[in-house]
Design a protein around this ligand. Sequence first.
Ligand SMILES: [Zn+2]
Length: 78
Amino acid sequence: MWCCRACGQPWPCAQARLLLKAEYADDQIGLSLYLCGLLHEAARDLYRLNPDDGPAPADLFRRFVAWGPYRRPVVNPP
Ligand SMILES: [Zn+2]
C-alpha cells in the first residue's frame, strides 16, 4: 500500500523525505533516479490494487518525484 510503517502516512512521509535527503546529500542524481524508480514501482502496485480507483498520476508524481532534486515547482495546468 506504500504507507509509512512508522506513522501510517502515504510514503514517503515528511520524515522519510528528510531521511532520504540526508542519506543522498552527496548523491543528488542517485536520489533522483531512486525516486523515479519508486514512482514506477508504486504506480504498478497501486494501480494493480485499485485498477478503477487508483491515485491520479499527477498526485503520484508529486508524492514521489516533485519534492526531489532537479525539479521546478509544480505548476497546475489551467
Ligand atoms: Zn512516516
